[in-house]
Design a binder for this molecule. Structure first.
Ligand code: VG1
Ligand code: CO
Length: 543
């Protein structure tokens, strides 16, 4: 085999963040950069000789070229087989499923998720392990260690492979199987939900809009919602993956999915709206005139999952990331099931799911999923919602109102301060960290601090400990503020401030969320001195 051993400078220790390595596209395009990182992954997982890998991406700029490099490197490193989504396309949950279904040794997902794409935007690469889930902290650490010393990678010299034609071929001693990225995934969804019931709902005139945000879920949503479930043609909008996501942020929240929000709050709103992100693992749910916060969505799915065939026997337990609101805790308590609080990032759910301790998981950033794969899954959440709507005969707003009546309402918002100078962001976090012990009992903006700590997580399955996972402050009135730095940004630091206010007074379940959260928002600023320390007077994004 014509093999090239490229010698190169070390890439200087590239640390993967919350979800793989994410950088400016131009960084990934630097000579040998992607190659060095891929070799670091291969070395970090003990080599790929004789292994089978699933490879796919969200279709963003550089996706196709990066896949060619990965395939040539997998072949040179002795991999037995790569299973690749046709055209290089495969959503994150679909990759997770295929790794599991084919008992592959792992997978590589090319995506920077909700970050914008294009030559001047972002690119990313994630490695998922044999259970289909994101690399654990230990594996991530080994990959990172390798990036510090790597000076050589293996690649075959010959050029491109055909990744557009379905079928199994052999290339330089490695098998390359090009698969339909949608088929297996759609089959899995059909096995979990009552498709006849959902189809009957659409047949009865129920209307929906699904905004694929020019990203990877377009083909999945069209095949499942329109072709299999009979939703009207045009239900899926922005359904063709484009390298720059139509020049937008494929981030399913009220800011970036504003067109959908406007439609759902307009005079001819459909019954149900949803959007998904770049790589298809996130979801936004919105009813007619009724936005559902991701934290509430997790709580509601937990309360109603039994209405879908896959969860009819009930849930083993649930888990949420720490900054996600405590709404689901209240539902879990009433169901009498376990509820786990984990650090941000899907990799922390893997052990709980593998051990059968939890069935559903979720994050405030619009990720929800279950034990059907080991990733969050945007379209899965949409289908579970549809199944619940079909089975209950209620609207989104009615379901939410029922839940709030039974368990109280957790008003929730997240304030992001983006591209803050790293020094200033760290100084702010350090200062707050330094006074956590003194906070209980003190007052801030009229609220009294109840507890204050830095979140650390002891994994109940493998006993590993993850420290430094965010600063949290609770108040005696049921409010909570959480501060952490993002691990997915590509420029400066992003400070995330998560705010929550529990309200159980039946007369106060319908307040303007911004108003309900104003006191805790003020208290968070007072405690952190964020404005003075960062020079920012307002968040860049409020979701
Ligand atoms: C963000 C979210 C987190 C999510 C991560 C990856 O991380 O807050 O909940 O798991 O993105 O999501 P951070 O560190 O920027 O807050 V995505 O859809 O990559 O796959
Ligand atoms: Co994503």
């Amino acid at each position: 085999m014509p093999m090239q051993f490229a010698r190169t400078e070390p890439i200087d220790g590239q640390k993967p963040g919350t979800s793989g390595l994410r950088k400016k596209t131009k960084v990934f395009q630097r000579p040998h950069y992607l190659e060095n990182y891929v070799q670091s992954i291969f070395d970090g997982i003990g080599g790929v000789e004789g292994k089978t890998l699933v490879v796919g991406g969200d279709g963003r700029f550089f996706n196709d070229q990066a896949i060619q490099i990965i395939l040539r490197m997998a072949a040179a490193n002795g991999a037995a087989k790569c299973i690749v989504g046709q055209g290089g396309i495969m959503s994150t949950p679909a990759v997770s499923h295929l790794i599991r279904k084919r008992k592959a040794d792992g997978g590589l997902i090319l995506s920077a998720s909700h970050n914008p794409g294009g030559p001047d935007a972002d690119f990313g690469l994630k490695y998922n392990g044999p259970n289909g889930g994101p690399a654990t902290e230990a594996v991530t650490e080994r990959i990172y260690e390798r990036t510090k010393t790597i000076d050589c990678y293996k690649i075959i010299a010959s050029g491109g492979m055909d990744i557009d034609t379905l079928g199994l071929r052999s290339h330089q001693g490695m098998q390359v199987e090009i698969v339909d990225p949608v088929e297996d995934y759609a089959e899995l969804m059909e096995s979990l939900f009552d498709f006849d019931k959902i189809a009957a709902l659409f047949a009865s005139g129920f209307t929906m809009r699904f905004d694929a945000m020019h990203a990877v879920t377009g083909p999945y949503a069209k095949a499942i919602l329109e072709d299999r479930l009979g939703a009207a043609p045009g239900t899926v909008v922005n359904g063709t993956p484009s390298p720059d996501f139509g020049n937008g942020h494929p981030d399913p929240n009220p800011i970036w999915a504003k067109t959908l929000m406007d439609e759902m709050y307009g005079p001819s709103a459909p019954d149900f709206g949803a959007a998904s992100d770049g790589d298809g693992d996130r979801n936004m749910i919105v009813g007619r005139n009724c936005y559902v916060t991701p934290s509430d969505s997790l709580a509601l799915l937990t309360a109603q999952a039994h209405l879908a065939p896959a969860y009819a026997k009930g849930l083993a337990g649930v888990a949420r990331s720490m900054p996600t609101s405590r709404a689901v805790d209240r539902v879990a308590e009433s169901l009498g099931i376990g509820c786990y609080e984990t650090p941000t990032g899907w990799k922390f759910f893997g052990n709980l799911l593998d051990a059968g301790k939890v069935t559903l998981c979720g994050e405030e950033s619009a990720g929800t999923g279950s034990d059907h794969v080991r990733e969050k899954d945007g379209l899965w959440a949409v289908l579970l919602w549809l199944n619940i709507l079909a089975e209950s005969g209620k609207s989104v707003a009615e379901l939410l109102a029922d839940m709030w009546k039974a368990h109280g309402r957790c008003y929730y918002t997240r304030h992001d301060y983006e591209d803050v100078e790293s020094d200033k962001a760290n100084a702010m976090m350090d200062a707050l960290r330094g006074k956590l012990d003194d906070l209980p009992g003190t007052e801030a903006a009229g609220l009294t601090v109840e507890t204050a700590d830095e979140f650390a997580y002891d994994d109940p399955v493998d006993g590993s400990r993850s420290t430094g996972q965010g600063l949290r402050v609770t108040f005696t009135n049921g409010a909570r503020a959480v501060f952490r730095l993002s691990g997915t940004g590509t420029q400066g630091a992003t400070i995330r401030v998560y705010l929550e206010q529990l309200e159980t007074d039946p007369a106060k379940l319908d307040l303007d969320p911004a108003e309900a959260l104003a006191p805790v928002a003020r208290a968070a600023l007072e405690l952190s001195d964020l404005q003075a320390m960062t020079g920012r007077d307002a968040p860049d994004v409020i979701t």
